[in-house]
Design a binder for this molecule. Structure first.
Ligand code: GGG
Length: 352
């Protein structure tokens, strides 16, 4: 029997709650499909940072490389600065494992209400390919003269040929397999170096995909259109920061942050992927047992697909869809219900 070896990093806040609710569902779908899942829990988190001085151990990335994939919850706690926790765990994993593709599907599913008037299931259905290792998230910059009148902060963006290729090409591939429409989102009117370079890379790679219609949009207009006419999008490709922001809007117009999954993958398949809900640790609801587990369950379905268990991934995704479409099924408060995390995860497991 094939067994997949999955690292679990529940992290902080509701991350721990949704990961713990997801694991039994993954085990159940694996059992039905006839493969095994072995999990290793890592306590890498802000708690660890406070106790031991670092979010993860020095050999953390080496350990993750030994697994087939990672399922991650969320990172962040109000008592430690966000840039410390993000740069101590999430970003080193994405960058260190060369996970340049962050794939974030945005879909209005049956049984879910969009805040957009008149939008029905299926009216919102696009993929965002977010560059995940460089761009505005590059750790390039510094501070000088801190606390003095000439206090200065410099933060540089980085765009490389390899980095652009490793996100733009997968986005074109996805558009080729979907409706053949790719929207590249930049701000190249004001960012005349990095983003003009990005535009040039898109144009160069577009030559290999003549059947794909390419639309170039500035991020301000693209954001407005996400709210005004999300149906215009099929596949969006964007830099690290813009992709992050656009996918929060995408999650909102798809009904809830609690539904939005993501896959961080190495397009060459050298390093194992990391799968995580788009949402953060949500300290406002952490500990109450009411976090929506669906974003994490859908991320787990993407993980299963990535490790080659396509049938199980479809089964899990189908069970999630069936639960959402069923008016009598439990729902967490973000979807207008009053059910808890475990009740929703159990309903999905029962649907497998
Ligand atoms: N589950 C992902 C998570 O914890 N997100 C928190 C966050 O702030 N992420 C920033 C980012 O994805 O760039």
């Amino acid at each position: 029997m094939t067994t997949h070896d999955v690292a679990l990093i529940p992290g902080d806040g509701i991350g721990t709650e949704v990961v713990e609710a997801t694991v039994p569902v993954v085990e159940a779908v694996a059992e039905r499909a006839g493969f095994g899942v072995e999990t290793t829990r890592y306590d890498w988190s802000t708690r660890r940072y406070l106790d031991e001085g670092s979010m993860m151990p020095d050999d953390g990335l080496a350990r993750l490389r030994e697994h087939d994939a990672t399922l991650l919850g969320a990172v962040g706690r109000p008592d430690v600065a966000d840039h410390v926790t993000l740069n101590g765990l999430l970003l080193p994993i994405r960058k260190g494992l060369d996970l340049s593709v962050c794939l974030r599907p945005c879909e209005l599913l049956a049984g879910v209400e969009s805040p957009l008037r008149g939008y029905e299931p299926g009216d919102v259905d696009f993929l965002v390919y977010r560059e995940n290792t460089e761009g505005q998230y590059a750790d390039v910059g510094g501070r000088e003269h801190v606390g003095l009148p000439n206090d200065v902060a410099v933060q540089s963006s980085v765009f490389t040929r390899r980095g652009c290729e490793r996100i733009v090409r997968p986005a074109f591939e996805a558009a080729s397999e979907r409706e053949g429409r790719l929207t590249s989102v930049t701000k190249s009117n004001s960012q005349a170096y990095g983003m003009v370079f990005w535009d040039e890379m898109v144009e160069e790679i577009a030559a290999d995909y003549p059947a794909v219609d390419v639309d170039r949009m500035l991020v301000d207009a693209a954001s407005m259109e996400l709210v005004r006419r999300p149906e215009r999008y099929d596949v969006i490709v964007a830099s690290n920061l813009f992709g992050d922001i656009l996918t929060d809007v995408g999650a909102a117009v798809s009904g809830s942050m609690g539904l939005a999954p993501s896959a961080n993958v190495d397009p060459e398949g050298v390093n194992p992927g990391a799968f995580e809900p788009v949402h953060g640790s949500a300290p406002d609801i952490a500990g109450q047992g009411v976090a929506n587990p669906i974003a994490c369950l859908r991320s787990a379905a993407m993980l299963l697909d990535d490790v080659g268990e396509t049938g199980a991934a479809e089964r899990l995704d189908g069970a999630v869809r069936a639960v959402l479409a069923d008016e009598s099924a439990p729902r967490t408060p973000d979807l207008g219900g009053s059910a808890g995390t475990d009740a929703v995860a159990t309903a999905v497991r029962d649907r497998l």
